[in-house]
Write a protein that binds this ligand. Structure first.
Ligand SMILES: [Zn+2]
Length: 337
C-alpha cells in the first residue's frame, strides 16, 4: 500500500512537471557556436526555434558550411517557441553602411557652384530629422560601486563598475557617437564628464530628462545583447516600501519602443524588454513588473543598448561602425516623427 502511494505521488509529480513544462512553453536555446550554419540550423529547428543570419552580414552566397562565431540569445537562455536565434558566421563581410553625413563634408564634395538651396558653409545639408533635437548618451558605469538611496523614490541609484573593460569602452563609444551626432546637427549631452567620473543612476536620469531621448550604452560579458526598451507600466519599488512604485509613463514606453525598434534595425540586434538586472539597483517585490532603475527614472524615451562585446571591446573599427549605426538609428527615429 505504501509502495502504491509512493508510486502514485511520484507519477503525479512527474505529470505535474511535464504539464508545467508544456504550459510554460519555454525551450532552451542550444549552443551552436563552432557548428556550420547547416548543422546549426538543424539543431535550432529541432528545438522548434528559428534561425537567421545577422542582417548586417552579407549572406548572399552559400553560407551552409560557414562556422557560427556568435549567437544571440546565448546558449542555455530560455526561449519561447517563436524565438529567433541570430547567428554571425565566420568569413562573412559586414554590409557597409551608407554614410550620408560624409557627403556633406566640404572636403569630400566641393560645394556646387551657385546652389541656392544649400545652407551656408559650415552647416550640414538640411536634415530636418536633427533640427533642434537633443540626444543624451549615457556611457555605462562608474569607477566605483556602492549603494545610494534616492530620497524621492527610495530606490537604490548607486552605480557599479560593470563588466571588465566596459567602463572605458563605453566612454570611447559614446565619444565617437557624440562626434557623429553633432556633425549631423544634434545637440548631445553626456551623463559624465570623463570615463572615470562617478555618476549615480539618478544623476544620469536627471541629465537625460533634459533631452529628447536617452541612449544608454553597455555591453555584457556573458554575451547578452539587445536593445532594451522600457516596457509599458514597468515599475520599480524600493525594497523598504513595496507600495511606492516608480512607473514608466505609457507615452514614454511607447516612444521607447519606437526608438528601440529603430536602433535594433540599424545595429542588427533584437528588441528586448528591460526587465532589470541584479546589479542595477535594489530588489523589486514579486508581482511587480520591473525595469532597470536608470530607465524607470526616465521621463523621456529611453533605451539601453547591450552591445556585442567582440564588436566594441579593444576594437576601434568596430566602435566606429557601432557609432555610425547609432546615428543611423537615431536619425530614423526622428525622421519617423
Ligand atoms: Zn553594463
Amino acid at each position: 500500500m505504501l509502495v502504491a502511494v509512493i508510486v502514485a505521488v511520484f507519477l503525479i509529480a512527474v505529470g505535474l512537471g511535464v504539464l508545467l513544462a508544456t504550459v510554460g512553453g519555454r525551450n532552451e536555446v542550444p549552443s551552436v557556436l563552432g557548428l556550420s550554419y547547416k548543422e546549426a540550423a538543424g539543431k535550432v529547428e529541432s528545438k522548434g526555434l528559428s534561425i537567421e543570419i545577422d542582417s548586417l552580414q552579407d549572406s548572399s552566397g552559400d553560407c551552409s558550411r560557414l562556422k557560427v562565431e556568435e549567437q544571440d540569445p546565448k546558449p542555455g537562455a530560455g526561449a519561447d517557441s517563436d524565438e529567433v536565434v541570430t547567428v554571425r558566421l565566420k568569413g562573412l563581410r559586414d554590409i557597409p553602411l551608407t554614410r550620408e553625413t560624409n557627403n556633406s563634408q566640404p572636403s569630400s564634395q566641393p560645394a556646387a557652384q551657385g546652389s541656392q538651396e544649400q545652407p551656408e558653409a559650415g552647416q550640414p545639408a538640411a536634415q530636418p530629422a536633427t533640427a533642434g533635437h537633443t540626444v543624451c548618451l549615457d556611457p555605462g558605469h562608474s569607477n566605483r560601486s556602492g549603494s545610494e538611496i534616492d530620497p524621492s523614490t527610495g530606490l537604490n541609484v548607486g552605480d557599479n563598475s560593470g563588466a571588465s573593460g566596459e567602463l572605458q569602452t563605453m566612454w570611447d563609444l559614446a565619444t565617437k557617437a557624440k562626434a557623429r551626432l553633432e556633425q549631423a546637427g544634434y545637440t548631445v549631452r553626456l551623463t559624465k564628464g570623463g570615463a572615470n567620473e562617478y555618476a549615480s543612476l539618478r544623476t544620469r536620469a536627471d541629465i537625460g530628462n533634459t533631452c529628447n531621448v536617452v541612449v544608454r550604452l553597455h555591453f555584457d560579458d556573458t554575451g547578452f545583447t539587445g536593445v532594451m526598451r522600457a516596457p509599458v507600466n514597468a515599475a520599480r519599488c524600493p525594497a523598504s516600501d513595496p507600495s511606492r512604485a516608480t512607473v514608466i509613463d505609457t507615452g514614454v514606453a511607447n516612444e521607447s519602443n519606437r526608438l528601440a525598434a529603430d536602433l535594433a534595425t540599424s545595429l542588427g540586434l533584437s528588441v528586448r524588454d528591460d526587465t532589470g538586472g541584479s546589479s542595477q539597483g535594489n530588489g523589486t517585490p514579486p508581482g511587480h513588473p520591473t525595469a532597470l532603475i536608470g530607465s524607470v527614472l526616465s521621463r523621456v524615451p529611453v533605451v539601453c543598448v547591450e552591445n556585442r562585446v567582440s564588436l566594441v571591446l579593444n576594437n576601434p573599427t568596430g566602435q566606429d561602425q557601432v557609432a555610425d549605426r547609432l546615428l543611423q538609428g537615431i536619425n530614423s527615429y526622428f525622421q519617423g516623427h
